[in-house]
Ligand binder design. Structure first.
Ligand SMILES: Nc1ncnc2c1ncn2[C@@H]1O[C@H](COP(=O)(O)OP(=O)(O)O)[C@@H](O)[C@H]1O
Ligand SMILES: [Mg+2]
Length: 636
């Protein structure tokens, strides 16, 4: 400490921390047990960090003894202490780590908590790290000595407003050679945590997977280890109970849901490593964060190295778990991990295994797979775009809504149900199922009883732009290029009559194009419409309509102007070709209405909503006028 530094200094919490603490104290959350899980997990992280740093800098271990987590209750003082001999925090780290919210997931959590009616259940579902200790404590002291330094510091807070930091007195830091001691002054209604029985129960429930010994101070002042402290992934599969996997998953992921899929195996041979991976059953908060960060923990011979080694591709970022290598050097730097060829091999093998495991689940237990797909399908589909090598595998996993069935359909289902003469897999991308189902571009397919897949995730607009095929059948957007249902099934009854010969299609098209000018690249007769008058499609080259729309929301304009397709059998379209409009302003208005309708059907707004309404009303009023008098009840 420099001499000008004040002995004690006060700091305000970052606004989000204050908000979190406020929300947490206010909500009546009954399962407060998780505070202990969070503090033990921090203590374990701190031991992991020290062990890792000590690989290149052994002095850090000094004579601080082994890595251990110790818990002691003091009934007289009404306090519970959780101590670790991990890395510790210096003054600045205390300020940075225990005054702000570092985790992006937690930040998202705070905003959800703010909106939720039942915030309490969210706390239980996701945990809130260190701050959860304020559920059971009205005052917390954190005394910490960073490994390799002499000074110890004390952080104090009662949870409202802010915290204080001061050098720890000799008495306060007496038994702290290295690491951190968290002292909780328990609230009245949390006194049960002074009982060893309670503490032991919570540790066994939530923290059994922790690799460092967790010791509890007994009545006679001795310390007794309460956790297993063995790496679950190193044990034989046959010896492990489902409940143990679940606890391990929840501990590793900081989650509270059940794992939807557990993958546990050991690879032996040129490379040896143990793999324990879980697919969660609910979406974590940071799933759609811009970093697309994975959460697989890399261990080397039981020593935790990092969570940042990108052991799985970004489209598997929802997977949680551990890969423990026998071959990598312990002193591998985090920077070297990116280009390590052994890791690249592991990454490749484990990704493939994960996907084939998902495929197995899909065939063995479709309902369980459907849940995973519902939660993470939109993430997995990113891989279709990004990972050419696994594209077919991912296409095989993909499930889609369709015009056929309430069930989600696989491409395999689709292909099996194709019409005899049908050669393409049809789909339509849009914002919602309801919108898509009402889209006129489905009309001709529907009339021919041809199934169309309905794609509503934003990512669908991207991967479908790749012009893919499945089992030799090209995927074909009904919103792009020409459609040719071929001689497949003849149209069902109810389809509009073909345009009467009186309508000269070429003239009609020229007329409409003349009015719309270069707002459309082309006007042409459609063979995808039955009941509707017109629709807009993208040209055969370049992006699909939905992709254009999404990109234009981000102010990118891509691709050319759309093509206006008209239904020459529709009365409105026929009207345009009628002589009586030829020289009237109605002609231009009808063309404009046709164009605006087509935009609206794609979920867009008319180019000029006011003008659109005015035009429409002009025709509506004219249509009403002769009949108004005739139907008005007499006497009014
Ligand atoms: N016992 C501890 N030893 C060292 N650092 C700690 C300890 N407890 C908390 N910290 C620091 O405080 C930070 C915030 O903890 P927490 O709120 O639990 O979030 P998280 O563990 O997800 O980062 C940790 O990232 C760590 O840097
Ligand atoms: Mg934590």
């Amino acid at each position: 400490m420099s001499e000008t530094e004040p002995v004690q200094q006060s700091y305000a919490f970052q606004a989000e921390v204050s908000e979190l603490l406020h929300l947490m104290v206010r909500s009546v959350y009954s399962e407060t047990d998780i505070f202990l899980r969070e503090l033990i997990s921090n203590a374990s992280d701190a031991c992991d960090k020290l062990r890792y740093e000590a690989i290149s800098n052994p002095e850090l271990m000094g004579d601080g003894g082994r890595l251990v987590i110790q818990i002691a209750a003091d009934a007289a003082a009404n306090s519970l202490t959780i101590a670790d001999t991990g890395i510790g925090m210096d003054r600045q780290e205390l300020i940075d780590n225990l005054g702000t919210i570092a985790r992006s997931g937690t930040r998202a959590f705070v905003s959800r908590l703010r909106e939720a009616k039942d915030g309490a259940s969210l706390i239980g579902q996701f945990g809130v790290g260190f701050y959860s200790a304020f559920m059971v404590a009205n005052k917390i002291e954190v005394i910490s000595r960073r490994a390799g330094t002499k000074e110890a510091w004390i952080w104090r807070s009662s949870g409202s407003g802010g915290f204080e930091i001061a050098p720890a007195s000799a008495a306060e830091a007496a038994d702290l050679v290295r690491g951190t001691k968290v002292v909780l002054h328990l609230k009245e209604d949390a006194r049960r945590y002074l009982e060893n029985q309670q503490i032991e129960r919570v540790v066994r429930t939530y923290s059994d997977h922790i690799l460092f010994p967790i010791e509890l101070k007994t009545a006679d002042g001795k310390l007794a280890q309460v956790n297993e402290a063995s790496a679950l992934w190193q044990r034989a599969k046959s010896e492990i109970k489902p409940a143990e996997y679940k606890t391990c998953y929840q501990g590793l992921a900081g989650a509270f849901d059940e794992p939807a899929l557990t993958l546990h195996y050991k690879a032996e041979g040129r490379l040896s490593y143990a793999v324990l991976l879980f697919a969660p059953s609910t979406r974590p908060f940071d799933l759609f964060g811009p970093e697309r960060k994975g959460h697989i923990k890399l261990y080397v011979r039981r020593v935790y190295i990092t969570e940042d080694a990108q052991l799985l591709p970004p489209y598997l970022r929802f997977v949680r778990g551990v890969i423990d290598s026998e071959d990598l050097p312990l002193n591998i730097s985090r920077e070297m991990l990116q280009n390590n060829p052994q890791l690249a091999q592991i990454r490749k093998a484990v990704s493939g295994r994960m996907l084939s495991e998902l495929a197995t689940l899909a065939s063995k237990d479709p309902a369980a797979f459907a849940k995973i797909w519902e939660a993470f399908g939109s993430v997995l589909k990113e891989g279709i775009y990004e990972d050419p090598e696994r594209r077919d595998q991912l296409l095989g996993l993909a499930r889609f809504a369709s015009t056929k069935d309430a069930e989600m359909r696989s491409l395999q289902d689709y292909v099996a149900a194709m019409k005899p003469a049908q050669s393409e897999i049809y789909y339509l991308v849009g914002e919602s199922i309801d919108r898509l189902k009402a889209n006129p571009k489905l009309e001709a397919a529907r009339a021919r009883d041809i199934e169309v897949l309905l794609l509503t995730d934003p990512v669908d607009a991207f991967w479908t732009s790749l012009a893919l095929s499945y089992e030799g059948k090209p995927l074909k957007s009904l919103s792009q290029g020409d459609v040719d249902f071929g001689e497949s099934t003849p149209a069902k009854a109810g389809e509009a009559e073909p345009a009467p010969a009186a309508v000269d299609t070429a003239v009609l098209i020229a007329t409409i194009k003349g009015v719309l000018g270069d707002r459309v690249s082309e006007v042409r007769a459609s063979n995808r419409l039955v009941d509707s008058a017109a629709c807009l499609v993208a040209s055969g080259q370049g992006p699909d309509r939905e992709l254009q729309r999404l990109l234009s929301l981000q102010k990118h304009s891509v691709g050319g102007k759309p093509i206006l397709e008209i239904n020459t059998g529709h009365l409105l379209v026929k009207g345009i070709s009628e002589a009586k409009f030829a020289a009237s302003p109605d002609l231009a208005d009808l063309c404009e209405l046709l164009f605006d309708q087509a935009r609206i059907l794609d979920g867009e707004v008319p180019e000029d909503p006011a003008l659109f309404t005015k035009r429409m009303n002009r025709f509506v009023v004219r249509g009403l006028t002769p009949s108004v008098g005739a139907t008005r009840p007499s006497g009014s």
